[in-house]
Design a protein. Structure first.
Length: 246
C-alpha cells in the first residue's frame, strides 16, 4: 500500500511537470495570466506554467499578409471605383495585442477597409491612378497610427487593383486622345514659330546685301530648272547681271 501510494505520487508529480512544461518557437510568445491577471510574456524556448493557476495565450510574431477585399470608393471628383489592397503587419507587443483588442486580426482587417475608403476618398481619380506610391504611404501611416494601441506595426500597404466601369474607361481614353492631339498641335505651332523666326532672320540678312538676294534668286532658279516636268518662265531683274559682273 505504501509503495503504491508513493508510486502514485511520483506519477502525479511527473504528469503535473509535463503538463506545466511549454516550448515556444523563436517567432512565438506566450502572454501569461495568473488567476486571470496579466503576469507577463514568456518565450521563446522552454518555460513552466503553474497548472490551474496560470494560463497562456500563444501569439505569432511573424508578418501577416492581409488581403483587403474590393471596396467601393467615391473619389473627390465623384467617380465611383472599386479598389482592393494588401496590408503587411506584425505584432510587436504581444500583451497589447491580446489585452487591448478581442481579435487583432479581424480588427486590423476592418480598420484596413475603412481607412482605404477614407484616404482614397480625399483624392481625385487622376491622383489615384498616377500617384499610387504616395497613397500607399498615406494609408500605411494612417493604419499604423491607429493600430499602435493594439501593439501592431503596419509596415507596408499596397493598392493592388483599381477597377473602373466601362463608361469611365472610354472617357479616360477620349481624354488621353485629346491630350495627345493637344500636344501634337502645340509642338507643330512651336515648330512654325521657330521656322518663322529663322525666316525673318534670313530675310533681314538678305535685305542688307543686294548681292545675297540676287544669288538666292539664281539658286532658286537652279533648283526649279532641275524639275523637267514643266516649263516655268521667271522674270529676270534688269540690273541683276550688271551687279554680278562688277
Amino acid at each position: 500500500m505504501i509503495f503504491d501510494f508513493a508510486a502514485g505520487i511520483v506519477i502525479l508529480v511527473v504528469v503535473l511537470a509535463l503538463w506545466s512544461v511549454r516550448v515556444l518557437r523563436e517567432y512565438q510568445r506566450a502572454v501569461v495570466f495568473q488567476l486571470g491577471r496579466y503576469a507577463g510574456v514568456k518565450g521563446p524556448g522552454l518555460f513552466f506554467l503553474v497548472p490551474v493557476i496560470q494560463q497562456m495565450v500563444r501569439v505569432d510574431l511573424r508578418t501577416v499578409v492581409l488581403d483587403v477585399p474590393p471596396q467601393d470608393v467615391i473619389t473627390r471628383d465623384n467617380v465611383s471605383v472599386k479598389v482592393n489592397a494588401v496590408v503587411y503587419f506584425r505584432v510587436v507587443d504581444p500583451a497589447k495585442a491580446i489585452i487591448q483588442v478581442v481579435d487583432f486580426l479581424a480588427a486590423t482587417s476592418q480598420l484596413g477597409q475603412t481607412t482605404l475608403r477614407a484616404v482614397l476618398g480625399r483624392h481625385e481619380l487622376d491622383t489615384l491612378l498616377a500617384e499610387r506610391e504616395k497613397l500607399n504611404v498615406d494609408i500605411q501611416h494612417a493604419l499604423d497610427m491607429q493600430t499602435d494601441a493594439w501593439g501592431i506595426k503596419v509596415s507596408i500597404v499596397e493598392i493592388k487593383h483599381v477597377d473602373l466601369n466601362e463608361s469611365m474607361v472610354r472617357a479616360i481614353a477620349r481624354q488621353a486622345e485629346a491630350e495627345r492631339e493637344r500636344r501634337a498641335k502645340v509642338i507643330h505651332a512651336e515648330g512654325e514659330l521657330q521656322a518663322s523666326e529663322k525666316l525673318l532672320q534670313a530675310a533681314e540678312t538678305l535685305s542688307r546685301r543686294a548681292e545675297a538676294m540676287q544669288l538666292r534668286y539664281l539658286q532658286t532658279l537652279t533648283q526649279i530648272a532641275g524639275d523637267k516636268a514643266s516649263t516655268i518662265v521667271f522674270p529676270v531683274p534688269v540690273g541683276l547681271f550688271d551687279k554680278l559682273s562688277k
